[in-house]
Design a protein around this ligand. Structure first.
Ligand code: NAD
Length: 505
């Protein structure tokens, strides 16, 4: 690349239709992890702006909730079309702002397109049940109605997909969205808004302020969380953030979808296809420089195959290409910032102190300038699941442990706070089914012979325990964005009471 990354960013923003007034002259610095360079200075919005945005969203809700759902789906269909047109530029902006490889940046935009397709179909399938009633001449049914303003808070590592998972569903379900993106990735948020604005212009008669972006830090997010007019807060980020957001929304009886940290693990059984397992583990643990919520962070390997698998993994860790994702075909890009690097080094020190043998983990200084943080992914052989292994460190560290009994391995697997994603590698039906059973993995996602990351939008996405319990994306996750009413209609001339109660006056 000959131009500076700031120049490239401006060109991409220009093509995406983001006006320069939105990203220059402000107080929020946006950096690219690829070079550590500052690429924009954005005007920030504070709590008063959040209140004004919610005022507008409430007005939008009154109009949008009465638009027939299939017509609402048409807006999301147009959004999907606009995303297809902008896929290359938006994917590139994701790479610039979050440091992902071009393939992962484009993959994230593809996920947005996929959820739009899903939501368009859903707009004609917001079904309620008809339920048998015990009273003659009555009919009982469920109807699903729009819920209200949806507040979306998102993390830096999926800067655009998380917005789309929420927004595509919220819009077809009849709700406006107010989005507070990560302060580390505001430019991609502005680009999403510009893309949606084009879809809205083609749609024609949507109310104003159906989807708004609020750029700012934690206080801005807090204003969204505390406003009782925000019916649903869908918050993606660390468990620390969820511990703050969850109780605040619960105290005002609001609804939350919490998508928080993961400490995802794999189990490699004696019968596993070890070549396949090695590739799945390498992608799951090192992809996106270990900065996916579903990154594989722990691995339990049966003692009979440990010496066949682990040396191969150590070799893969030593040879994986680390470098600038925009100018080289490197598989591992940068960490998001210095704090992520320091947290990784602290975890590796703690692992050593707990008896771990660390392979890799050092800074790769020739991959980028001083202000960028590239590291060789770390594989750490641990004598036991202790210390840093129990926590999520948002960096490419894979802790590897040996096991001899599957029930034991499953117990260890479940003995951490988070409960997002999990995998077993086996060709033994009994082992696979045990892992998927009620006595198996306690995570929201449990896979066989694939890694922990790379979920498809058709399934409900989310995790248990300290991952927050929320579900987004496919399956029946749409129900989280609607309110359910049970309706009973008496079309007889009598008034029989339920449970045979008599009340004759
Ligand atoms: P983070 O928790 O630092 O920030 C996430 C968002 O929350 C940001 O927009 C931030 O401004 C906002 N925020 C922080 N404190 C807040 C508060 N008190 N009130 C309102 N808003 C607040 O997370 P991050 O570093 O951006 O992202 C990495 C984390 O996100 C990891 O733990 C990762 O596992 C998790 N994550 C989870 C999922 C999932 O689906 N489960 C997906 C992506 C990332």
């Amino acid at each position: 690349m000959t131009d500076s990354i700031a120049t490239v960013t401006r060109d991409v923003l220009d093509r995406l239709g983001v006006g320069s007034a939105l990203y220059s002259g402000g107080t929020l610095d946006s950096f690219s992890p690829v070079t550590g360079e500052r690429i924009a200075q954005l005007p920030q919005q504070g709590p008063a702006d959040v209140t004004a945005a919610i005022d507008r969203a409430v007005t939008a809700f009154r109009a949008w909730r009465t638009v027939p759902a299939p017509r609402r789906g048409e807006l999301v269909r147009l959004l999907g079309e606009e995303l297809r047109t902008s896929k290359d530029d938006l994917g590139r902006l994701v790479s610039i702002e979050a440091g992902k490889s071009p393939s992962e940046g484009a993959g994230e935009v593809q996920e947005m397109i996929d959820i739009c397709d899903f939501a368009v179909g859903l707009s004609r399938q917001l079904y309620g049940l008809t339920i048998a009633t015990e009273r003659p001449g009555h009919r009982m049914m469920e109807t699903w109605h729009p819920l209200g303003v949806v507040g979306v808070i998102s993390a830096f590592n999926f800067p655009v997909a998380v917005w789309s998972w929420n927004t595509a569903l919220a819009l077809v379900c009849g709700n406006p969205v107010v989005w507070k993106p990560s302060e580390k990735t505001p430019l991609t948020a502005l680009a999403c808004q510009a893309i949606l604005d084009r879809a809205l212009a083609r749609f024609g008669d949507a109310p104003e302020a159906l989807s708004q972006v609020i750029v700012g830090g934690r206080e801005t997010g807090e204003a969204l969380v505390e406003d009782p007019r925000v019916a649903l807060v869908s918050a993606t980020g660390s468990t620390r953030m969820g511990r703050q957001v969850g109780p605040k929304v619960a105290a005002r009886f609001g609804r939350t979808i919490l998508e928080l940290g993961g400490n995802n693990a794999g189990i490699v059984c004696p019968s596993a296809d070890l070549d396949m397992a090695l590739r799945a583990i390498a992608f799951g643990a090192m992809g996106t420089a270990g900065q996916r919520c579903t990154t594989m962070r722990r691995l339990f390997v049966h003692d009979s195959v440990y010496d066949q698998l682990v040396p191969g993994l150590v070799k893969a860790y030593a040879s994986v290409t680390v470098g600038n994702p925009l100018t080289t075909p490197a598989l591992v890009g940068p960490l998001v910032d210095r704090a992520a690097h320091d947290a990784m080094q602290a975890a590796l020190q703690a692992a050593k102190a707990a008896g771990g043998t660390v392979h890799g983990g050092t800074r790769v200084t020739d991959a980028g300038p001083e202000a960028a943080f590239y590291v060789r992914p770390a594989l750490v052989e641990m004598p036991a699941q202790t210390g840093p292994v129990l926590e999520e460190t948002f960096a490419p560290i894979l802790y590897v442990m040996c096991y001899s009994d599957l029930d034991d391995a499953i117990a260890q697997h479940n003995a951490v706070g988070a409960g997002l994603s999990s995998s077993i590698f086996t060709t033994d039906l009994r082992e696979a089914e045990t892992f998927l059973s009620a006595a198996g993995s306690d995570c929201g996602i449990a896979n066989v012979n694939i890694g922990t990351s790379g979920a498809e939008i058709g399934g409900a996405f989310g995790g248990e325990k300290e991952t927050g319990g929320g579900r987004e994306s496919g399956s029946d996750a749409w129900k989280g964005y609607m309110r359910r009413a049970t309706n009973t209609i008496n079309y007889s001339r009598e008034l029989p009471l339920a449970q045979g109660v008599s009340f004759d006056i």
